[in-house]
Design a protein around this ligand. Structure first.
Ligand code: SAM
Length: 193
């Protein structure tokens, strides 16, 4: 990650700390682990990224899944603008992660194409009612068997947030990140489950 992007990230974190929830972008190692946790993406598949920030995970998604359409949903206009300029092949949305069906429609995709949702959102520091709306929105775009991948700096604190309707897969700790992080993959269960 170039120094310029790290400095921009730090500036945004300083002015919008609760919403940004980190002082540095994810390391390349963490970004790659998140992208690999998506699994295979067939041709025509869509991966939705929540909270791309300065784009380290977005880049890893592009590298690991070159055939996928990536929709990156970011509600900080400064991040969204820079990401649009830097990664023109990505569908960048300036908007909230709680409105995913609407963002998907805007690009002419439907939920049958969505292979995974990858989130860098700071769910532990967002208001609980917003987190509940974001989880509803994620459930709305993921069919059973599809993946939701989140990372956290505290797997212990995250226990209170496990989304309903998902099965937790084995987690993976990534030491090479500031601070060290844990990748939490979940699989969407059937509606009757
Ligand atoms: C911890 S940063 C992660 C940035 C990047 N994914 C990374 O790993 O380096 C969290 C990001 O989520 C964004 N964010 C926070 N609330 C959001 C929301 N409701 N909808 C979309 N993005 C949001 C923030 O603006 C910020 O860019």
């Amino acid at each position: 990650m170039p120094v310029r992007q790290a400095i921009h990230f730090l500036g945004q974190a300083a002015t919008h700390f609760r919403q940004t929830g980190a002082i540095a972008p994810s390391s390349r190692r963490l970004a790659r682990e998140l992208a690999l946790a998506v699994g295979d993406v067939p041709p025509g598949g869509v991966v939705i990224e929540l909270g791309p920030g300065s784009g380290s995970v977005t880049e890893a998604l592009r590298i690991c899944h070159p055939a996928a359409a990536v929709i990156a949903v970011e509600n900080n206009p400064a991040f969204a603008r820079r990401l649009t300029d830097r990664l023109p092949a990505v569908h960048v949305v300036h908007g909230c992660a709680s409105a995913l069906p609407e963002h998907l429609r805007r690009f002419g995709h439907d939920r049958a194409q969505v292979v995974a949702v990858v989130s860098g959102l700071p769910l532990l520091s967002l208001p609980p009612d917003l987190v509940a709306r974001i989880f509803d929105s994620v459930r709305d775009v993921l069919l059973p068997g599809r993946r939701f991948v989140q990372f956290t700096y505290s797997a212990r604190a995250f226990r209170r947030l496990i989304p309903t309707g998902f099965h937790a897969e084995p987690r993976r700790r990534v030491w090479f990140n500031v601070p060290p992080a844990v990748v939490l993959p979940f699989t969407r269960m059937g509606d009757a489950a």
